[in-house]
Ligand binder design. Structure first.
Ligand code: FES
Length: 276
C-alpha cells in the first residue's frame, strides 16, 4: 500500500444479528483510506455513509477505554489504535473478538470478563477492620513496592488477552489472563493482606494452574502488559505460601495524615450574575 496515496480498501466484516436469527456471515465495504486512518475511522465511515446498522463499540478513540477490541486479519487489536497502513494490504477481514459471546456484529459481551475480574476481589483487602472503618493513618507504599506490580495497573479490560488465549478458547470457565494478572497485581501489593482469599478463588481446575504459558496474552496486549509473567509469579507466590517459604513483606506501614494547615486558596468570584 502506497502511504502517500489514498487507496480503496475492502473491509470484509463479519455481520451477525441474533435478533434477526441470521447466521454469522461476511459483508464487504469499500473505504477510501488516507494516511494515518485507523480501522475505527474506517468503521465509522461505513456506519455514517454506507450502512448505519453496522454495530461496533467505541468510546475514547485513544486506547484508554478498552471498548474497541476486534479481530483484524486474524489478530486481536484495538481498532482505534491500529492504522490501516500497518497491514500493507488492500483487504481487511474484521471479526468480533473470539472467546467472548457475540452481542451483534463486532460487539462482544464483556460481562464474563468483568464478572471474573470482580471474583478475584480487585481492591486492597486488610484484616485491621478497626483501622479500615475509622482510619487514623494512611497506608504507605514504597517506590520499589509499586514497581512490583505497576505495569499491571495499566490494564484497560479490553478482553484482547482473553481472545488471544488458547486456554480460554478451550475452557470457557478458565479464570483467564486478565483476572489472573489483576490477582497478582493485588497479591503483590504490600498494602494488601488478601492473598489467601484470592488464592482460594483461583486454585481450582479452571484457575491459575490451567495456564500452560502459551504467552499469547502478553504478545497481544495492546498496552504492553505481560499477563503471562504475572501468572507465573502468581504460581510462585502460591507455592511459596503453601510450603511456608518466602513470606510476603510486612504489610505496609501506616503514617499519620498530614495535619499541617494549608494556606487557604481564595474562592474565585462568581462569573454568573446573581449567583451567591
Ligand atoms: Fe477506547 Fe479504542 S475506543 S480503546
Amino acid at each position: 500500500m502506497d502511504k502517500e496515496k489514498n487507496e480503496q480498501i475492502t473491509f470484509k466484516i463479519q455481520r451477525y444479528n441474533p435478533e434477526k436469527g441470521s447466521e454469522p456471515h461476511f459483508q464487504e465495504f469499500i473505504v477510501t483510506s488516507s494516511r494515518g486512518m485507523t480501522i475505527l475511522d474506517g468503521l465509522i465511515y461505513i456506519k455514517e455513509n454506507l450502512d448505519s446498522t453496522l454495530a461496533f463499540r467505541t468510546s475514547c478513540r485513544m486506547a484508554i477505554c478498552g471498548s474497541c477490541g476486534m479481530l483484524i486479519n486474524n489478530y486481536p487489536h484495538l481498532a482505534c489504535h491500529t492504522q490501516i497502513e500497518e497491514f500493507h494490504s488492500s483487504r481487511l477481514t474484521i471479526k468480533p473478538l473470539p472467546n467472548l459471546p457475540i452481542i451483534k456484529d463486532l460487539v462482544v459481551d464483556l460481562n464474563p470478563l468483568f464478572e471474573t475480574h470482580k471474583s478475584i476481589k480487585p481492591y486492597i483487602l486488610r484484616h485491621d477492620d478497626k483501622e479500615m472503618e475509622n482510619p487514623t493513618a494512611e497506608f504507605t507504599l514504597s517506590p520499589q513496592g509499586l514497581e512490583a506490580f505497576l505495569q499491571f495497573t495499566y490494564c484497560i479490560k479490553c478482553g484482547i488477552c482473553i481472545s488471544a488465549c488458547p486456554t480460554s478458547a478451550s475452557d470457557k470457565f478458565f479464570t483467564g489472563p486478565q483476572a489472573l494478572a489483576q490477582c497478582y497485581r493485588y497479591c503483590a501489593d504490600t498494602r494488601d493482606e488478601g492473598e489467601m482469599e484470592r488464592f482460594s478463588v483461583i486454585d481450582t481446575d479452571h484457575g491459575v494452574w490451567h495456564c500452560h504459558l502459551a504467552g499469547a496474552c502478553s504478545e497481544a496486549c495492546p498496552k504492553g502488559l505481560d499477563p503471562a509473567l504475572a501468572i507465573q509469579l502468581l504460581k510462585r507466590q502460591m507455592v511459596s505460601r503453601t510450603v511456608g517459604l518466602g513470606k510476603k513483606e510486612l504489610p505496609a506501614s501506616t503514617v499519620p495524615p498530614n495535619t499541617e494547615t494549608k494556606p487557604k486558596v481564595p474562592f474565585p468570584d462568581f462569573t454568573v450574575k446573581g449567583s451567591k
